[in-house]
Design a binder for this molecule. Structure first.
Ligand code: ADP
Ligand code: MG
Length: 203
């Protein structure tokens, strides 16, 4: 979550700019505010388990992010919390977590792949994570594959015409620009991958 907050803060202006072109310029601000609040909450409450960390993250994102992305990310983390079975996350657990997050987003937002939303990053991430996990990969490799797929998915939103969310008001004019929610998703999953790689290295 600290990594997500750092990424949101570092890429704040870039996400604002993406949302300025096809939305209302607030996505960078929304996720920066949201994940900063998450880190503050986690430091204050210091939840001990993965499940409680994810639940507190969900609750905080829902109440601080606002916009369309707040409830979507909140639901993603809530479903992710429900997917976690134990006190440690292995490769299969990480894949299940991303799949659960995606399911939360599609249940809540009703977008399918190809509609130029964050689903276009989460869905390929979930597929790549599952493929790696099924091949026996550990958590760091699963998340690295997911992060790469999310980044590719975000890039692939550029030519798409938005049919969900605020960008859909632009119709054909939404084509030619990257979706801000897909872009931030790639940053968040990359942060998770970096954290997992660091944890594995530490042993
Ligand atoms: P708002 O659109 O309310 O200003 P944000 O700017 O924070 O909220 O978030 C915009 C992002 O939310 C979009 O780039 C898109 O990725 C995502 N989004 C919007 N609607 C949906 C939806 N129905 N399903 C999935 N993602 C969505
Ligand atoms: Mg916006």
């Amino acid at each position: 979550m600290k990594g997500c907050a750092e990424q949101a803060h570092e890429h704040r202006e870039e996400l604002i700019e993406l949302d300025r072109v096809i939305g209302d310029s607030d996505h960078g601000e929304n996720v920066d505010r949201g994940f900063r609040a998450v880190v503050e909450k986690l430091e204050a409450d210091a939840p001990a388990s993965i499940v409680d960390v994810l639940k507190l993250t969900a609750k905080t994102l829902m109440s601080t992010v606002g916009g369309a992305s707040g409830p979507l990310l909140g639901t993603a983390f809530l479903r992710a919390a429900k997917s976690v079975g134990g006190e440690a996350l292995d490769g299969a657990g990480a894949a299940a977590l991303i799949e659960a997050a995606l399911e939360g987003i599609t249940t809540r937002g009703k977008a399918q792949e190809g509609e130029k939303t964050m689903v276009d990053a989460w869905a390929p991430a979930a597929r790549a994570a599952r493929e790696q996990a099924d091949a026996g990969a550990g958590v760091a490799d699963v998340l690295r594959a997911a992060a790469n797929a999310a980044a590719e998915g975000a890039e692939a939103t550029i030519p798409l015409v938005a049919t969900k969310g605020r960008a859909s008001y632009l119709g054909e004019r939404s084509a030619g620009h990257k979706d801000p929610g897909a872009a931030s998703t790639a940053l968040f999953i990359a942060a998770a991958a970096a954290a997992a790689a660091a944890a594995v290295k530490e042993g």
